[in-house]
Design a protein around this ligand. Structure first.
Ligand code: NZQ
Ligand code: ZN
Length: 403
């Protein structure tokens, strides 16, 4: 078991009706000048069981505040314009707190806005590259505007972690931004807001969380207690996603899914495990940077191909570890008998719930696989992952995702 030093400062407020119950008192702990961030409009529709949209509820709650708005934040949120616009709004309006309302993309974008606005001493319009250096981690984040969020998508776990993922279109970069200063101060999680999620996003969110867990499970040093946490969380996701496909407004199933996804990217499932290097995320981030595909779909496609590749290409002690990990995961989650059956079980699970399982199905042909493999090899450090991958390995995995 490896050493760890763990702290999450985020207050989680979870359950039906928690936004109308507690948002006003939470927001009163901050100043009067509030920036609301949101996406393409899902928060303006009224969810079943509510008498108004989340947007209207928020606006009605903040009538005693001076409210500014940044809408239109896209999935795979972009540095330009969204992060830059948000930083400019914070600087121009002396924002006290940012309230992010939406999915992981809105919250990730908000984290970058909060960290850059808190750190940058000069106007962002004059210093775009310095802002990007902060997002990339080349310059440290020294302060951040406080963040409160109402998360409406069960997927990333951004509501309980200190990371955000930001895309810069001109360079095909999709990079993780980390700072302890951008942990949300308070996250509101009301599973009833996920009743309106399209099937595609429900499935992508479950796939994302399963993959966060697998990136933590498939590693060198691990302990039984963590294995049990993680196998239990994936079993819950596998069971509950089938329930919500039949019954999208099943509160308990939606709530269990949200509980798993909220904890899924925080590290709490795997304290004491050694790091894996997060290879599947590194490869998927290239797919969604180059082609703007849905993150959870890209992960589902990569997952069984990565498992098969490391099973076939690892040797010696690493191979023994790979076999043990794949077998244990597959046996305890799906009842699979051996490593090959485990890989098939996860592939079939995704296929059967309706996730596209090849790159052509999400609109990706083979013309840029080599370019993406090089990008990943040059930027993601996967040669130092638990199961190391060189450029050629990454290319083979991408090729295997074609069919
Ligand atoms: O933009 P709106 O109109 O709000 O619609 C969104 C969007 O189109 C919609 N949506 C969200 N909540 C909804 C809803 N539609 C109906 N009802 C609701 N309740 O869903 C679409 C996707 O939203 P998005 O925020 O993009 O999804 P997700 O939460 O999966 O976030 C994906 C992003 O997070 C990054 C991914 O790479 C991707 O950029 N990640 C962030 C992580 C983190 N912060 O820790 C870790 C992850 O591994 C991941 O990389
Ligand atoms: Zn993810």
């Amino acid at each position: 078991m490896v050493n760890f030093d763990y702290q999450t400062p985020t207050r989680l407020i979870f359950g039906r009706g928690v936004v109308s119950e507690k948002l006003a008192s939470v927001m009163n702990q901050y100043g009067k000048r509030v920036l609301i961030t949101y996406g393409g409009g899902s928060i303006k529709r009224t969810a079943p069981g509510h008498d108004k949209s989340l947007y209207d509820l928020v606006k009605d709650t903040l009538t005693d505040k001076q409210v500014f708005e940044l809408g239109g934040i896209q999935p795979n949120p972009k540095f330009n314009p969204s992060v830059l616009d948000g930083v400019r709004m914070c600087q121009d309006n002396d924002i006290d707190v940012i309230l992010a309302v939406g999915g992981g993309s809105v919250l990730d974008c908000t984290k970058a806005i909060a960290g850059v606005a808190g750190t940058l001493k000069t106007k962002v319009t004059d210093n775009v590259e310095e802002a990007w250096d902060i997002v990339c981690g080349r310059k440290p984040t020294t302060a951040a505007v406080p963040i409160v969020d109402i998360i409406t998508m069960a997927a990333t776990g951004s509501e309980y972690d200190m990371g955000g993922v930001i895309s810069r279109t001109e360079t095909n970069d999709k990079l993780a931004y980390f700072s302890k200063l951008v942990f949300p101060a308070v996250s509101f999680i009301d599973p009833t807001y996920t009743f309106t999620l399209p099937v595609k996003q429900t499935l992508a969110g479950v796939s994302d969380c399963i993959n966060h867990i697998m990136e933590s499970y498939f590693c060198g040093d691990h302990i039984d207690m963590n294995d049990a946490f993680m196998e239990g969380a994936v079993k819950s996701l596998v069971k509950n996603v089938k329930i919500v496909l039949e019954d999208p407004q099943n509160y308990n199933a939606r709530a269990e899914i949200f509980y798993a996804t909220t904890l899924g990217c925080n590290g709490i499932y795997c304290l004491g495990n050694s790091p894996s290097g997060w290879p599947m995320h590194a490869m998927e981030h290239a797919l969604s940077a180059y082609y703007d595909i849905t993150h959870g779909e890209g992960l589902a496609i990569v997952t069984p191909r990565w498992m098969k590749h490391i099973l076939d290409h690892s040797t010696g002690e690493l191979h023994d570890q790979v076999v043990e990990r794949i077998e244990k995961f597959g046996k305890n989650v799906f009842g699979a008998e051996n490593a090959e059956a485990s890989i098939k079980a996860i592939h079939d699970f995704y296929r059967n719930i309706g996730i596209p399982m090849t790159l052509p199905e999400v609109g990706i042909d083979d013309s840029r696989l080599a370019e993406m493999a090089k990008h990943v090899a040059d930027n993601e450090g996967l040669d130092k992952a638990w199961a190391p991958l060189l450029e050629q390995d990454i290319l083979e995995i991408f090729k295997a995702c074609m069919k």
